[in-house]
Ligand binder design. Structure first.
Ligand code: DON
Length: 596
């Protein structure tokens, strides 16, 4: 669909009359074919929509300026560069002599004066290697090796009297410190780098993708400098048309007299248009109109970007409604039921920013004593979110409350925590974290899990049996011991026995179609397993594996069915089983209802 819509737009412009003019102040530029038209849209995952003359080469001209400016701030840092080049829109033409009176500081790095000053800063560092540095950097942005158009360079060098005058003025103000000719020549050369529309669009997608080329994965610019480059493009990239451009199109952009326009929607895409006929301000006539149409059609205006705030919290529940896979004893279950509402689990998703964090933090209730944040479904986290989460963690720690963050290894949070030497627990998965939170909630309320053997009298499924009944039952029981990793029940086997776990831990496990093992439940002493077949007599639906040394009582179902003397006991066991199933069903229902 995207392709169809862009193709229609391309075909419409292909037929349209264009009353622009070729740049002729650089004679070589006046030789290009004015009818060429190329449009490429590249997404941040590297997918390209290409129409028309997208392989046709042209020179970058002023489109080189933001990339070289990015190099300068990366090499010197923002404040050093700001001392030499301001970031105020001049409202003047690209070749205007817009320098601050007194200091001679150029207004911004997108007009020629500021761009020459930026190139000079690179030249001061690298001298003879400057051109290689610049070409290598723009090639990293483009994802392929770029070259110079020697004819255009020569042509501009021979006729660039106005730029020479600007450079000399900059020298007069000590913005250019030593000499004029060499850095000016570097500027002419960077303008003469050849690209095609396809490559240019990838350069833009690299800016949109936080400085990482989406096709090669190589870093062209530190992510923290991307906002600096994009903001000068937004305020000054289209010269004395910049205000109207950002008002109507709403995308940071840069034009060049070679006929190219590059527009960037941060985090999403870039658009490159090549059409060499220019308007009187030096911007490609079709380039402006096509970008405007694409931005309108796809609603790309930066200030229209939708915010998926409501979906920031994927799921919110408490330990009353969501439990780990651990089946604990009755007392623990009762305490979790009583106090579980104070412990919150929030599963966040999408992009973590100030807005999404502010929203979820508002949803943390005042009486919350423990909070687990699961970040497994979060895609990115910016520094604003990082600062807020660190502050939240500190506030929880200072008031003696529990705070866990889980599944964050894929986010910059992990690196930041490591760097700061923060000791946050990172659990294998959310279930592990919930188990840990359950245990700390229980401890907070004076319960400590002893993991001691649970005799028959205290088994959950045997609640309510009289001493006489227990003695009767004991006659029918056998006793088993297992070592870690023993398979106590095999999936698919026929069900013959019910198990009462006396000591140790077993896990109920199944495998996915692609043979991955996953845990359905972890059974602790005092609980039974294999008990479902008592109701349905079906084959075993999962494996039961010993996690530790295990001891358990086992009982044949058959006996319960046949022995008259066990009828009353069977009734009580079935009642307890029914109660346990309905409690599990209630918890599962509440858990489902907690999906936001
Ligand atoms: O400085 C110049 O004259 C050119 N080499 C670059 C100017 C340019 O591309 C202006 N953009 N619209």
């Amino acid at each position: 669909m995207v392709s169809k819509m862009l193709e229609e737009l391309y075909l419409e412009f292909r037929e349209k009359e264009n009353n622009g003019a070729l740049a002729n102040y650089i004679p070589e530029l006046a030789k290009v074919d004015p009818s060429k038209l190329g449009i490429v849209l590249t997404t941040v995952d590297g997918y390209q929509y290409c129409f028309g003359d997208t392989g046709e080469f042209f020179t970058l001209q002023s489109v080189s300026k933001p990339f070289v400016y990015g190099m300068a701030i990366q090499e010197y840092g923002v404040s050093k560069v700001l001392e030499k080049i301001s970031v105020e829109p001049s409202g003047d033409a690209f070749n205007s002599i817009s320098l601050y009176p007194g200091s001679g500081r150029p207004y911004n790095p997108m007009i020629n004066a500021g761009a020459i000053a930026a190139t000079n800063m690179i030249w001061q560092l690298y001298r003879g290697d400057t051109l290689d540095r610049i070409i290598n950097t723009v090639s990293t942005y483009a994802g392929s090796q770029l070259f110079l158009d020697e004819d255009v360079h020569r042509s501009e060098s021979l006729t660039g009297h106005r730029n020479r005058a600007i450079a000399n003025l900059l020298r007069n103000f000590n913005i250019l410190q030593s000499e004029v000719d060499a850095p000016l020549d570097m500027y002419f050369r960077q303008c003469s780098i050849k690209v095609n529309c396809n490559q240019l669009s990838i350069m833009g997608a690299t800016l949109a993708n936080s400085g990482i080329n989406p096709l090669t994965g190589l870093k062209a610019l530190e992510a923290r400098h991307i906002p600096h480059v994009l903001s000068v493009m937004a305020s000054c990239g289209m010269y004395d048309y910049s205000g109207e451009w950002i008002y109507n199109v709403g995308l940071p952009a840069k034009s060049g007299v070679g006929g190219a326009i590059l527009a960037v929607l941060p985090g999403q895409l870039s658009i490159a248009v090549y059409s060499p006929l220019l308007d009187p301000k030096g911007n490609s006539v079709f380039g402006v109109d096509i970008c405007k149409r694409i931005a309108e059609t796809f609603s790309l205006h930066l200030y229209k970007t939708p915010r998926q705030l409501k979906q920031a919290v994927r799921r919110q529940h408490t330990l009353k409604t969501a439990r780990s896979k651990h089946k604990r004893d009755l007392q623990a279950e009762a305490m979790l039921e009583q106090f579980g509402a104070q412990a919150h689990i929030m599963e966040l998703q999408g992009e973590l920013s100030f807005a999404t964090c502010e929203l979820f933090m508002r949803r943390i209730p005042g009486d919350c004593t423990a909070l687990i944040l699961s970040l497994s479904k979060c895609i990115t986290m910016d520094d604003g979110a990082l600062n807020l989460l660190l502050k939240l963690a500190t506030a929880f720690a200072e008031s003696g409350k529990t705070f866990f963050i889980t599944e964050y290894e894929h986010l910059n949070f992990f690196l930041a925590l490591k760097k700061e030497n923060y000791m946050y627990l990172n659990f294998r998965d959310l279930d592990d974290a919930i188990f840990f939170a359950e245990t700390s909630l229980l401890e907070r309320h004076g319960y400590s899990w002893k993991n001691e053997p649970v005799k028959l009298d205290d088994q959950q499924l045997l609640k309510g049996l009289t001493i006489a009944e227990l003695n009767e039952l004991k006659k029918c029981l056998e006793y088993e011991e297992h070592e870690p990793n023993d398979i106590i029940i095999q999936k698919g086997s026929s069900a013959t026995h019910l198990f009462f776990l006396e000591s140790g831990q077993v896990s109920i496990q199944d495998t996915t179609e692609d043979q991955r093992t996953f845990t359905l439940a972890i059974i602790n002493p005092g609980n039974s397993f294999g008990e479902m077949a008592l109701l349905d007599k079906q084959q075993r639906s999962a494996n039961v594996v010993a996690q530790t040394d295990v001891s358990c009582y086992t009982m044949k179902f058959e006996l319960l069915d046949k022995e008259e003397s066990l009828a009353g006991i069977k009734m009580k066991i079935l009642t307890n089983l029914g109660a346990s199933l309905s409690s599990r069903l209630r918890t599962a229902n509440k858990e489902l209802a907690s999906f936001t």
